[in-house]
Ligand binder design. Structure first.
Ligand code: NAD
Length: 234
């Protein structure tokens, strides 16, 4: 379904980003991965998922808190892959603390990585998408983009911010072939079955990302779609 398209998934060396990268590779998209840590094993997983469709796999280690490095990554995508057709803004971090004790540098890092990085990738990806009149921007927000919890002020602010950013850019692209949406995963704290839940949740989120890239989602625009077992419906 996605053969000939190139997907950039930020923060795809682990967790949800890796699951989405695998899901898009399985559909035949070329994938550019990004993130920290040991990249070898996760690169192999994405390559294996796309093997039957002969996908091309790239990697760029840009630090998503640094606009200059994000620009380098987008230049790499343009040069090596002819641009980004599917942009999945997924990289994110968390810090938990009462607001009066919240470390200033943690606040700045959370806003930079969870929110501002998506502004930078999106502003740099949109001109190429507009030229092709096709594109998908999928922002991995959170249930915390819709509701709050105590002691997560920076995270909740960043995730509410990304939901607002999603809506605004969806309006700016509403008459084009580019759609912009957010996925809002929930969080289930059950250490005993955490690994199974993580795997299943990543797969569900990948399926939703693949749907958002499909023809059937051509007019799904500006939504913040919760995948949280009904948490925010309360
Ligand atoms: P994770 O920690 O497993 O993965 C985070 C990824 O981001 C890793 O690949 C990491 O290397 C990368 N990353 C972190 N800082 C980076 C930086 N400065 N530059 C580049 N890459 C960086 O996290 P996850 O649980 O898979 O979360 C992914 C996204 O989903 C985040 O935006 C998170 O807020 C969101 N989310 C997660 C949950 C959950 O329950 N896990 C729930 C709601 C939303």
């Amino acid at each position: 379904m996605l053969q000939g398209k190139t997907a950039l998934v930020t923060g795809s060396t682990s967790g949800i980003g890796l699951g989405v990268a695998i899901g898009l590779a399985r559909e035949g998209a070329n994938v550019i991965m990004n993130g920290f840590g040991d990249t070898e094993a996760c690169r192999q997983q994405v390559a294996a998922a796309g093997l039957a469709k002969h996908i091309r796999l790239g990697f760029h280690g840009a630090d998503m808190s640094k606009p200059d490095e994000i620009r380098n990554m987008m230049d790499y995508a343009a040069k090596e892959f002819g641009g980004v057709d599917i942009l999945v803004n997924n990289a994110g971090i968390q810090h938990v603390s009462p607001v009066e004790d919240f470390p200033v540098e943690k606040w700045d890092a959370i806003i930079a990585i969870n929110l501002s990085s998506s502004f930078h990738t999106t502003r740099l990806a949109l001109p190429g998408m507009k030229q092709k009149n096709w594109g998908r921007v999928i922002n991995i927000a959170s249930a915390h983009g819709l509701v709050a919890s105590a002691h997560k002020s920076a995270y909740v602010a960043s995730k509410h911010g990304i939901v607002g950013f999603t809506k605004s850019v969806a309006l700016e692209t509403a008459t084009t072939g580019i759609t912009v949406n957010a996925i809002c995963p929930g969080w289930v704290l059950t250490p005993l079955v955490q690994k199974q839940i993580d795997d299943r949740a990543a797969r569900e989120l990948a399926d939703l990302a693949v749907f958002l890239c499909s023809k059937g989602a051509d007019n799904v625009r500006g939504v913040a779609w919760n995948v949280d077992g009904g948490w925010v419906a309360q």
